[in-house]
Ligand binder design. Structure first.
Ligand code: SF4
Length: 214
């Protein structure tokens, strides 16, 4: 696994989405555990001197103190990631966060997607997630506070402690959301076996604590 030399960079931009930053641990289809570790800010702006769209990982405390939302213009510092295959955000360990301009008005939209103050980590944890179609995550679901792109670790050889890494899209929103589509079942590989398929029953387990409309 390649580790890169890390540099601290400066960035600034306009927020186009804020989503929970999550880590998922997969073991065949016996276990899918979600960890809720902060938020990803998605921005259009400049990072390390280049104009681009990028994502910066921030902590729950940073989001709570800044109340960042879509349309805000902000700036800060962050570090390049050490293991690109394990981290979806382009930068993490953000600091010196400063709001340059709060969005002048919050655009009122009727959900879906849900554009509203960000729930805390405990709320996401309690709700649980279902797999979300990647094409929906990239388009209609992208601004929704319930959408997430997870850093996924797949246990590939339990005894030798070898893992594979990838990114997967999930939804924490109401099961009744009319936009929702699971997308294709997801293969979960394990050394020396055919891949097992996560076809959705783990979604039912992960979200069994809430009703259809919650
Ligand atoms: S499917 Fe999920 S992420 Fe997409 S709009 Fe509905 S609640 Fe939000």
């Amino acid at each position: 696994m390649a580790a890169y030399h890390q540099r601290k960079i400066e960035w600034r931009g306009r927020i186009i989405s804020v989503q929970p930053r999550t880590r998922v641990w997969r073991y065949v289809t016996d276990n899918r555990t979600h960890y809720h570790i902060g938020y990803n800010l998605f921005l259009d702006g400049t990072a390390d001197g280049y104009e681009r769209r990028f994502a910066v990982a921030i902590s729950e405390a940073q989001q709570q103190s800044g109340s960042f939302s879509i349309g805000d213009e902000i700036k800060g510092t962050a570090w390049e990631k050490q293991y690109p295959e394990r981290e979806f955000a382009d930068y993490y360990r953000a600091g010196a966060l400063r709001v340059l301009n709060h969005a002048s008005s919050v655009v009122e939209t009727s959900p879906p997607p849900w554009i509203m103050p960000l729930p805390d980590m405990q709320t996401y944890e309690g709700r649980g997630a279902r797999m979300l179609s990647l094409s929906l995550w990239k388009t209609k679901c992208f601004p929704c506070v319930w959408a997430s792109m997870s850093n996924v670790e797949i246990i590939w050889d339990f005894d030798k402690k070898i893992s594979k890494y990838r990114f997967e899209s999930f939804c924490y929103g109401p099961k009744s959301c009319k936009l929702y589509k699971m997308g294709r079942p997801r293969a979960v590989p394990y050394k020396g076996r055919d891949s097992a398929l996560d076809e959705g029953w783990l979604d039912d387990l992960c979200t069994e604590g809430r009703d259809y409309d919650e």
